[in-house]
Structures are given as structure tokens and as C-alpha cells.
Design a protein around this ligand. Structure first.
Ligand code: GAR
Length: 207
């Protein structure tokens, strides 16, 4: 039985991180439930994953900008999530930067996952950036959102060794496997009330 804690997920694409959250809710690694999935892309497969499980799936028109939502559209999204009594908003491959309307509606209650060891390589095409830079260790980060691009206090990170013959695709695939473990763990730490934010540091309280 999924727990009572109410999670809202924002996703723009295929939704494999959404899937890992849904699976973790099913098998008890997350003591909560996804109550709504919202996408800025009408045909995002993430919406289909939600529908197949009987979870409310909403396409939310982002408005005329490319990298953020129009302020009125973002305010409407905040209303939608508040209306569903969402307690934690998880950005899972949501490719827009969020601003005050969402941040003020959910202070300290919005997480993001990003496929690099932040603060290295925020933004797009990050595995290619990591390969071009020549890093030997890549990885992923779950962090609280703060209005910057893949910024905000870091909750947890996972490392992946770069192989000699890696391409952006092979590296992304191995990082994704780690993402799927990391995000459910971060969410459960939040649900358990174990995350204390002190400036940029997130301290994980003992059990
Ligand atoms: C994931 O690798 C996620 O970390 C990344 O998009 C991918 C979405 O995959 N997010 C970002 O780059 C955010 N800046 P998914 O739709 O299969 O979860």
C-alpha cells in the first residue's frame, strides 16, 4: 500500500525517473504516492506512464518562452499542485527553470535531478560536456530547486566512472541507472524529515 505522503512530478520527456519513483512507491522504498504528473510537453511519454497507472496526467501549456514558464502559467501550475495537496514537487527531467510562483508556493519543497556532479556541467548536453572536458568521474545530483539552472542545495550525489570508449549515450545510460536509485532515496529522506538545509549545505539527520 502506497503511503499517504503526496508527491507531484514535473517531467518533459520519457519519464524514466518518474518510473523509478512510481516503482519505489510500489515497493515501499518511498512511503508516499504520486498524485499528479504534469508535463510542459503534450506528447511526453511520462504522461502516458502516469495514465497507465491511473494517475492524473496533465499537459500544462508553458506559454511563449522556451526555457521557463510564462509567469501566469507558472502561477497556474502552482495552483494546480496546491489544489492536489502536493507535499513535495519532484522535477524529473523537467527541462524548464522555475521561478517565484512555484518556489513561493512550495518553499523548500521542490527537488530536481540532474545528470552531472554539480556544480560541474549544469544545463544541457551535460554528458557530452563532461566527455569534452575530460573528466574521469561523472555522475548525478539530486538537489533542492532555487530558481537557478540546476542550482540549489545538494541533497545527494552518485558517481560513475567514465570509460575510455564512452560516448555521451553510453555514459548517460550508466548515469541514468544511478539516478533511478538516487532519486527515490532523496525523496524518502525528505519524507522522513531527515533533511536540514543550512545555507548551501543539506545535512542528513541520523535515523
Ligand atoms: C535525466 O537524465 C535527468 O537527470 C535529466 O533529464 C533526464 C530525464 O530523463 N534532467 C536534466 O537534465 C535537468 N537539467 P527521464 O525523462 O527518463 O527521467
Amino acid at each position: 500500500m502506497p503511503g499517504e505522503f503526496r508527491i507531484g512530478v514535473l517531467a518533459s520527456g520519457r519519464g524514466s525517473n518518474l518510473q523509478s519513483i512510481l516503482d519505489a512507491c510500489d515497493d515501499g522504498r518511498i512511503d508516499g504516492r504520486v498524485v499528479v504528473v504534469v508535463s510542459d510537453v503534450a506528447e511526453a511519454y511520462a504522461l502516458e506512464r502516469a495514465r497507465r497507472r491511473g494517475i492524473e496526467a496533465v499537459y500544462h501549456d508553458p506559454g511563449r518562452f522556451r526555457t521557463k514558464l510564462e509567469p501566469e502559467r507558472e502561477a497556474a501550475l502552482a495552483e494546480l499542485l496546491l489544489d492536489r495537496e502536493v507535499q513535495l514537487v519532484c522535477m524529473a527531467g523537467f527541462m524548464r527553470v522555475i521561478h517565484e510562483p512555484l518556489l513561493n508556493a512550495f518553499p523548500g519543497r521542490i527537488m530536481n535531478i540532474h545528470p552531472s556532479l554539480l556544480p560541474a556541467f549544469p544545463g544541457l548536453h551535460v554528458q557530452q560536456q563532461a566527455l569534452d572536458y575530460g573528466v574521469k568521474i561523472a555522475g548525478c545530483t539530486v538537489h533542492f530547486a532555487n530558481g537557478g539552472v540546476d542550482a540549489g542545495p545538494i541533497i545527494c550525489q552518485g558517481a560513475v566512472e567514465v570509460a575510455e570508449d564512452d560516448t555521451a549515450e553510453t555514459l548517460a545510460a550508466r548515469i541514468l541507472e544511478v539516478e533511478h536509485q538516487l532519486y527515490p532515496r532523496a525523496i524518502q529522506l525528505f519524507i522522513d524529515g531527515r533533511l536540514r538545509v543550512e545555507g548551501r549545505r543539506v545535512r542528513v539527520q541520523p535515523e
